[in-house]
Design a protein around this ligand. Structure first.
Ligand SMILES: [Zn+2]
Length: 85
């Protein structure tokens, strides 16, 4: 798996019993895409409508720890996250 911003290979979170803190996170994954509001009948009670957002064209955005320390990348990720209602 590679970082969506810089393209570097990311490593899984490493846990260790000896080091301070105990673990090291190398990347963060965000599932995003376009959201579309849809309404369906409640299968248990057809007089009730259920409304929710359906995720269209889902995609993963991988952010390595190095990129996520940069304010402009933080803002991009933040914007993608807050785009989901
Ligand atoms: Zn990166």
């Amino acid at each position: 798996m590679v970082c969506s911003h810089c393209g570097r290979e990311v490593k899984p979170t490493r846990h260790s019993a000896s080091s301070e803190g105990g673990y090291r996170v190398d990347y963060y994954a965000l599932l995003t895409g376009d959201c579309e509001p849809i309404t369906i009948k409640n299968p248990r009670d057809e007089s009730v409508d259920l409304s929710f957002f359906q995720l269209k064209n889902p995609r993963w955005v991988i952010s390595c720890a190095d990129c996520l320390s940069r304010p402009e990348i933080q803002k991009q990720v933040e914007d993608l996250f807050s785009a989901v209602p």
